[in-house]
Design a protein around this ligand. Structure first.
Ligand SMILES: NC(=O)c1ccc[n+]([C@@H]2O[C@H](COP(=O)([O-])OP(=O)(O)OC[C@H]3O[C@@H](n4cnc5c(N)ncnc54)[C@H](OP(=O)(O)O)[C@@H]3O)[C@@H](O)[C@H]2O)c1
Length: 206
């Protein structure tokens, strides 16, 4: 499928490279179209690049890979979303990591700002370098996905599997209020255990 990535930073580049390798058509969008094209050339594998608007126009599904602090402006500037699937990987990080629970998720703010996008939360609690090898001695790193649209949630699960993760359906978008603090927790825990860590998923159903 065609996937557009909004933001060519650490996460955007890894997602683009991984999905291109898995056979998807990937377009990486930057605020500066020339920079987007340059990033795409560096990634290779047939990835194309340009502006954020071009990424949206050229893609069936979009990934929001900008800082969490700017997501509302970014998605509002790209309206209308015309029912596109929008995978939000961002976290509510603006400087200091909050110590307590959050009362409103970035994912819900994205959905509200976009209006007519089918928003799912995914990949927010997986460190960028883990995408280089999601396989751990006891199994694959888990990719928790939540969203209100069944098709969008399934797509984000399938795209997680394409990158080598264990997809886990985590329910409706409101659960992002609980998934986003897990990203903050693992960042804190990297200070104790080092950063070669990821969440896993155990189930007796398999
Ligand atoms: N790094 C991780 O391990 C990790 C893991 C999970 C989730 N996340 C989340 O994923 C998101 C991206 O993380 P990252 O590590 O890839 O960040 P990053 O390396 O800083 O890249 C973010 C990209 O967003 C774009 N950007 C910056 N300010 C912007 C603005 N005002 N408007 C539009 N685009 C803007 C920039 O691209 P251009 O300059 O090309 O426009 C930049 O390269 C963050 O929300 C982060 O919390 C990160």
């Amino acid at each position: 499928m065609t996937i557009g990535i909004l933001g060519g930073g650490r996460m955007g580049r890894r997602l683009a490279a991984g999905w291109a390798k898995a056979g998807h058509t990937v377009f990486i969008g930057s605020r500066d179209g020339e920079k987007g094209a340059q990033i795409a050339a560096e990634i290779g594998g047939g990835v194309r690049g340009g502006t954020l608007e071009e990424a949206k126009t050229n893609s069936e599904a979009l990934v929001l890979a900008t800082p969490g602090s700017v997501v509302e402006n970014v998605v509002a500037s790209l309206k209308p979303w015309e029912n596109r699937i929008l995978i939000d990987i961002t976290n509510p990080l603006a400087g200091r990591i909050p110590e307590g629970l959050i009362t409103r998720s970035t994912a819900e703010a994205v959905a509200e700002a976009a209006g007519d996008a089918r928003v799912v939360k995914a990949f927010n609690m997986i460190f960028a370098h883990i995408f280089d090898n999601p396989e751990f001695p006891k199994g694959k790193a888990a990719s928790f996905v939540c969203g209100d649209d069944d098709e969008a949630r399934k797509l984000a699960c399938d795209l997680s599997a394409d990158l080598g993760f264990e997809p886990v359906d985590a329910g409706p978008l409101a659960h992002a209020r609980m998934l986003e603090p897990l990203a903050l927790l693992i960042i804190k825990m990297a200070g104790i255990h080092g950063n070669d860590i990821a969440y896993g998923w155990l189930s007796r159903d398999k």
